[in-house]
Design a protein around this ligand. Structure first.
Ligand code: AP5
Length: 230
């Protein structure tokens, strides 16, 4: 696969792209540990802002509850500040951003303006709508914003029922994982995000990964792809 990296300019810059429930968060845990990258998940940042009751959180909540995207300018500002921080100098892992063409354009501008290394690889987790609905109905998450671990009652249950393995907090269902909101999120993905697949394929940085199969099987495919970029 073609790479946008320049030698000697730090580690990997990776974007995780895919429908809601494709497994971005699950694979992100593995990638960030394997490549020692800061994990920047806009969904997690926005949920933390909602929980903290900040101005951004109050604005974002109305959109998130409906399964719609938070306005581009809100998310773009968050990510532009975050990837300019010192811990991102040796690479970063973006999860859930960009999600619209204007967000992708803004990311390109940030990279150019701050003279950052370009994206090395966009890992596109490809999955059917049926599989998404099945996964999200079984998802449970740790509400502790310091932890945020994700489980699935069918495929990845915690060791003790209802309790996070990592921090011992009681796990919950996300508000936006209710069936009507999941349907809306899928529609939003098709309308506003799916165009990014062609954009990054044309740029020569897309790695399309079949996201069905066990989490371990998917991880093997992702690591094989990133190993060839590294
Ligand atoms: P966000 O939190 O980013 O949600 P999402 O993209 O809808 O993705 P999910 O977190 O639902 O799924 P995932 O792909 O991470 O899958 P996971 O690994 O958890 O965004 C939430 C909201 O915030 C958006 O709707 C929007 O309003 C707002 N927002 C965020 N970013 C934004 C942006 N850039 N612009 C505007 N608004 C933004 O897996 C799902 C389930 O499946 C889990 O239960 C997991 O255990 C299970 N699972 C994972 N892999 C497998 C497997 N291989 N086999 C079986 N089960 C599996």
């Amino acid at each position: 696969m073609a790479s946008g990296s320049d030698e000697g300019m730090g580690g990997l810059n990776v974007v995780l792209l895919g429908a809601p429930g494709a497994g971005k968060g699950t694979q992100a845990q593995l990638i960030k540990d394997r490549f020692d990258l800061p994990h920047i998940a806009t969904g997690d940042i926005l949920r933390a802002a909602v929980a903290a009751g900040t101005e951004v959180g109050l604005r974002a909540k109305a959109y998130m509850d409906k399964g719609e995207l938070v306005p581009d300018e809100v998310v773009v500002a968050i990510v532009a500040d975050r990837i300019a921080e010192d811990d991102c100098a040796d690479g970063w892992l973006l999860d859930g951003f960009p999600r619209t063409v204007p967000q992708a354009e803004a990311l390109d501008r940030t990279i150019a303006e701050k003279s950052l290394k370009p994206i090395d690889c966009v890992v596109y987790l490809s999955i059917t709508a049926e599989a998404v609905v099945e996964r999200l109905s079984g998802r449970r998450v740790c509400p502790n914003t310091e932890c945020g671990a994700a489980y699935n009652v069918e495929t990845m249950p915690p060791k003790a029922e209802g309790i996070c393995d990592r921090c011992g907090t009681g796990i919950i269902q996300r508000d936006d994982d209710k069936p009507d909101t999941v349907r809306q999120r899928l529609e939003t993905y098709e309308k506003r995000t799916s165009a990014l697949v062609a954009r990054y394929r044309d740029a020569g940085v897309l790695a399309e990964i079949q996201a069905e199969g066990t989490p371990e099987e998917v991880s093997e495919r992702v690591l094989a792809e990133l190993g060839s970029v590294e």
